[in-house]
Design a protein around this ligand. Structure first.
Ligand SMILES: [Zn+2]
Length: 426
């Protein structure tokens, strides 16, 4: 049975209703972060307080993505234990597959042969199935193929025809990233539905939602251009897209792997924008309601949560000001600076000065705030601040990934894909 309510750091409480409305980019983002165990990204079940992981859904089936206890976990949980297969058995099932097939080896040799035609190929650097040592003495890896290109650096190619476990995907990806090796993951062709299969989606996530294919057409184009040409494919806003690209067409992010189009960041920003539009309407409609009339923010016992509500109303107001269309979602001051001043004067506001500060300095809302209010923020007791282990602080983080997701924000700023409101003013 699926875990009904979980807390995910950086996302907040994800209850059944939110699970139902959550979209694919967010599921995949949470899944990859949990599998990577990014410090601070942890999830636990509200029934038994044990850690959970995210099981991918199955396309074309009724199984949606859902949270699950680990093996032997969830004893005494009101939502029941899980019947996950032991990892070893899954692993055995996968690796007796066609990993070492003829086709697999053929693909690696073909990729090498094509890249060797490039004048920048470093003679003698190409290898198939050759051990790559770790610089720091960690366990090394066996990339399917590897080579060096003058000016572009070291490359590893992994050819993946059979499903792979998410921790394996993450493990390989992180190894190459740590070694400063560009990883290109070649998959067979998938349709739009198939790429939503767990492992293809996990792999694509490591290249910002891109997966790469070397087929006969790409091979022909490689021979014409005298370098390795592969298909980059990704799920766009509306359709499945693909383009023939060379290694020079790719973007090489610091600490990550090359991609052609960043299909992950914009998708996460888009889903957050849809959530913000909805919640800002709800907040406006319920602005002057008093308990026990309808409220939109509830705690776990289904009681109206006043502190959570004030925080979210303040954050949404800052966002509206950053867009140049200020609306006061909590009080009646007609200036943002007055609204934030009042908030910081309250006991709960004082404990959230850091998150308010981050919303202000990271956006166009900054000039809206008067000096006296900045001084108030500076005087806030840093030892008494709530962090993202608080459900509503985490919720605000997930509502504004453009501000709080440092991993996405800095790249988006460089790529020019950060929305104007989230660009720091002045
Ligand atoms: Zn549980």
């Amino acid at each position: 049975m699926a875990v009904k309510e979980v807390f995910v750091r950086g996302y907040g409480v994800i209850d059944e209703a939110r699970q139902l409305s959550m979209e694919r980019p967010d599921w995949q983002d949470i899944r990859s972060r949990l599998n990577r165990q990014i410090p601070g990204t942890l999830a636990h079940c509200f029934g038994c307080h044990e850690p959970v992981f995210l099981r991918a859904g199955k396309p074309n089936s009724s199984m949606r993505p859902h949270f699950s206890h680990f093996k032997d976990g969830g004893i005494g949980c009101p939502w029941g234990q899980d019947t996950t297969r032991p990892l070893d058995r899954i692993r055995a099932g996968i690796f007796t597959g066609n990993q070492e097939s003829e086709l697999h080896r053929h693909m690696c040799e073909r990729a090498l042969e094509l890249i060797e035609a490039d004048a920048r190929y470093v003679a003698g650097s190409g290898a198939v199935d050759s051990y790559m040592k770790s610089k720091d003495g960690y366990r090394g890896r066996w990339p399917d193929a590897s080579f060096d290109i003058d000016g572009l650096g070291k490359f590893a190619i992994e050819v993946q025809f059979a499903p792979s476990l998410a921790p394996e995907v993450i493990g390989r990806s992180d190894f190459y990233a740590k070694e400063g090796v560009n990883l290109i993951w070649l998959l067979p062709w998938y349709s739009f539905e198939q790429v939503q299969r767990a492992y293809a989606s996990d792999i694509a996530q490591e290249a910002r939602g891109n997966f790469f294919v070397l087929d006969q057409e790409a091979e022909r184009e490689s021979r014409v251009r005298g370098t390795l040409v592969i298909w980059a494919a990704w799920i766009g806003e509306r359709s499945f897209e693909r383009k023939l690209v060379s290694l020079d067409d790719l973007t090489y992010p610091k600490g990550g792997h090359p991609f052609f189009v960043d299909a992950v960041t914009p998708a996460i920003f888009r889903t957050a924008e849809r959530r913000r539009q909805q919640i800002s309407l709800d907040l406006l409609e319920t602005k002057d309601d008093i308990v026990p009339k309808r409220k939109v923010i509830f705690d776990l016992d289904e009681q109206p949560d006043e502190e959570g509500s004030r925080l979210i109303r303040s954050a949404i107001s800052i966002w509206s000001a950053a867009k140049g269309e200020y609306i006061n979602y909590s009080g009646h001051s007609d200036k943002l600076t007055g609204q934030i001043d009042a908030y910081l004067n309250s006991n709960d506001g004082r404990r959230r000065a850091v998150i308010i500060n981050q919303m202000l300095v990271s956006t166009q809302a900054r000039p809206c705030i008067k000096r006296s209010v900045w001084e108030k923020i500076e005087r806030a007791d840093l030892h008494d601040q709530l962090d993202d282990s608080d459900r509503w602080v985490a919720y605000v983080h997930s509502l504004f990934p453009e501000v709080f997701r440092v991993d996405l924000r800095s790249e988006a700023l460089v790529a020019g894909s950060l929305p104007t409101w989230a660009i720091p003013a002045g």
